[in-house]
Design a protein around this ligand. Structure first.
Ligand SMILES: Nc1ncnc2c1ncn2[C@@H]1O[C@H](COP(=O)(O)OP(=O)(O)O)[C@@H](O)[C@H]1O
Ligand SMILES: [Mg+2]
Length: 208
């Protein structure tokens, strides 16, 4: 079975690329993984370029094709790999729509503040219109606090599907990214790696 996971959220800085890279690195330990970067900023493609300089890490395939060939490219990459992770640009347009349409699961990272939650609305509408399953993923979440509680309460009030596992604000994510790696590779025993594995486990449960 091959799986397409699209990371989408129209707000920049939400953690899309960080989540995509770390999931790809963790999955690549056991599976044939490809990443598709359709954000013109090409951060994930640059991460992949840094990874090419690392020895002894599992290979991950990369494409950065977008535009009118995107749907065919997703199809081609899906067939050649176990998992395809698509990182999308910070706006809702035709490329993001095609990436959501092709997804078995759409992940929507959101930082725990009201404007960040509001910013998910366009992406969630796309996922609903395309009838694709989606999950919010709280990113850079403090361990506790009124802001996190307020955002979690609002997510529950709207009955939005979310992962229970959350990612904290951990410098390890940026450090690993700068090397073309994931936190499960740079610091497998860190809290960040444990959080990432918990997120991954829930994702796999949601797909099966
Ligand atoms: N959980 C986290 N902990 C610490 N820093 C994070 C975390 N998630 C993202 N960041 C940082 O936030 C910035 C934006 O993240 P990025 O993944 O590029 O967002 P997006 O792709 O949605 O624009 C980057 O500098 C990244 O290192
Ligand atoms: Mg990005």
């Amino acid at each position: 079975m091959s799986v397409v996971i699209t990371v989408a959220q129209q707000k920049g800085g939400a953690g899309k690329t960080t989540l995509a890279a770390n999931l790809a690195a963790a999955l690549a330990e056991h599976a044939r993984v490809a990443v598709l970067d359709i954000d013109p900023q090409r951060s994930l493609a640059r991460w992949h370029g840094l990874r090419a300089g690392q020895k002894g890490v599992p290979l991950i395939a990369l494409s950065d094709l977008s535009g009118w060939r995107l749907a065919a490219e997703i199809d081609r990459m899906r067939r050649a790999h176990d998992v395809l992770i698509v990182d999308s640009p910070p706006h809702v347009e035709s490329d993001a729509q095609a990436a959501i349409r092709a997804a078995d699961l759409v992940l929507v990272p959101v930082q725990p503040s009201p404007p960040d939650l509001w910013a998910t609305e366009g992406t969630l509408k796309l996922a609903r219109d395309e009838k694709r399953p989606f999950r919010l993923v709280l990113n850079r979440a403090p361990a506790s606090g009124s802001l996190r509680a307020a955002v979690e309460a609002e997510i529950a009030r709207q009955d939005l599907p979310r992962l229970e596992a959350v990612l904290g604000n951990r410098v390890g994510f940026a450090g690993a990214f700068a090397k073309g790696l994931g936190v499960t590779e740079t610091s497998p025993r860190s809290v960040a790696a444990a959080e990432l594995r918990a997120v991954l486990a829930e994702i796999m449960g949601a797909i099966r």
